[in-house]
Design a protein around this ligand. Structure first.
Ligand SMILES: *Cc1c(COP(=O)(O)O)cnc(C)c1O
Length: 391
């Protein structure tokens, strides 16, 4: 496309590559490789593949390239590399730029698998990791030094909904020459402005809002072209974490509707968070888009909206939380998020089960805590389902 169109137009048309048949819907190039006209052409392509020249699906594929171009347009990034899962993206972003002896500073409020990479895997390869309270800029200032190569955090943490000030942390990091990698799943690519706020690399689990319909695992790494087509592509294509063409097609179709879905889910989340305020059986409600959230002003500045996830604490601990979940009729018990179907999760016994108690306490993962991913159902039905299950 030749014009600078707005986001919702790009989400429908961006990155489209049509074959000789001029199909309307994006084709699934379900092929592992590509045929060369001559041996000389094969040789030339291995030396340097051009923009629309492909070699092997682990390196790139037309359907995957369409997804990469479309998500890069949405994020406002120069380029993207599509990955097999969100964790392939987080691991790839970190491993592609780190070396033994490097120092990483990370926000401590992390998704379990992200914490595992920082706490267990990177130290095995001689990378030193310092964890800080991501809400506290003084802790970032104290931890980031000229030896720091990478700063990593979840912009909105899972499940604590703690928000890291991307712009301020990026300023501190860049003053020391460190690169900023942001796991931006909870912010969603619809509300993210992480690149203009200073993130050098942004990762998403496409499994969440990008698919948004619970069908496939996927992930993506976004950033400047020299980083994405340099160290990131080199690491990913040789270590095998690339996205499959079929998954890329699912994610492309997810992107067509992501803006509508995420905005509708967010509007419902706002209403549900409001409806739960002051409920006698709920001791605490946390929603980044509600004025009661301690970082509400930062959320308004950084994302504009609060996203699709609410957490709340049911009075009576684990037994009460389980009784509540078992009484839900519409909302399903599962552990995905960003889905069209509303999902209730009990982090303390599932996604964050293995965290030691002191870390659970620190991150607010209490026995009564429920994480609610608000879906596309009618919001009055959802509020009714929650109130009924609480009664
Ligand atoms: C789900 C999630 C991931 C991992 O994504 P997968 O697609 O499950 O590999 C990473 N970070 C955050 C914040 C997540 O919510």
């Amino acid at each position: 496309m030749t014009h600078d169109y707005k986001s919702r137009t790009n989400l429908v048309h961006g990155g489209t590559r049509r074959s000789q048949y001029n199909e309307v819907s994006e084709a699934i190039f379900l092929t592992q490789g590509f045929v060369y006209d001559t041996a000389e052409q094969a040789q030339a392509r291995f030396v340097k593949a051009g923009e629309d020249e492909f070699i092997y699906a682990r390196y790139g594929n037309p359907t995957v390239a369409m997804f990469e171009d479309r998500i890069a347009m949405l994020e406002g990034a120069e380029d993207a590399f599509a990955c097999a899962s969100g964790m392939a993206a987080v691991n790839g972003a970190l491993m592609s730029v780190l070396n033994a002896g490097d120092h990483v500073v990370a926000g401590r409020a992390l998704f379990g698998s992200c914490l595992y990479i920082l706490d267990e895997i990177l130290p095995r390869f001689g990378v030193h990791v310092t964890l800080v309270d991501g809400k506290d800029l003084d802790q970032w200032r104290a931890a980031i030094t000229d030896q720091t190569k990478v700063v990593f955090f979840e912009s909105v943490s899972n499940p604590g909904l703690e928000v890291v000030d991307i712009q301020s942390v990026a300023e501190i990091a860049h003053a020391h020459g460190a690169m900023v990698i942001v796991d931006n799943v909870f912010a969603t690519p619809v509300f993210s402005r992480a690149i203009e706020q200073g993130a050098d690399i942004v990762t998403y689990s496409a499994t969440k809002h990008i698919d948004g319909q619970g069908r496939a695992l996927g992930g993506v790494i976004l950033g400047k072209r020299d980083v994405i087509r340099g160290p990131v592509e080199t690491y990913m294509k040789h270590t095998g974490g690339s996205m499959s063409p079929f998954t890329a097609w699912i994610m492309l179709k997810g992107l067509e509707t992501i803006d509508l879905r995420v905005r509708a889910q967010t509007a419902s989340a706002e209403k549900i968070a409001e409806a739960l305020q002051g409920h006698p059986k709920i001791t605490k409600v946390s929603y980044p888009g509600h004025p009661s959230h301690p970082q509400f002003d930062l959320v308004a500045r950084q994302m504009g909206k609060g996203g699709t996830i609410i957490t709340f604490e049911v009075a009576g601990g684990e037994a009460a939380a389980f009784a509540f979940m078992n009484k839900l009729d519409i909302i399903v018990i599962s552990n995905n998020l960003g889905d069209a179907k509303s999902i209730a999760t009990h982090p303390a016994t599932t996604t964050h089960q293995r965290l030691p108690q002191d870390q659970k306490d620190m991150l607010g993962i209490t026995p009564g805590l429920i994480r609610l991913s608000v879906g596309l159902e009618d919001e009055q039905d959802l509020i009714g389902d929650i109130l009924n299950a609480l009664s």
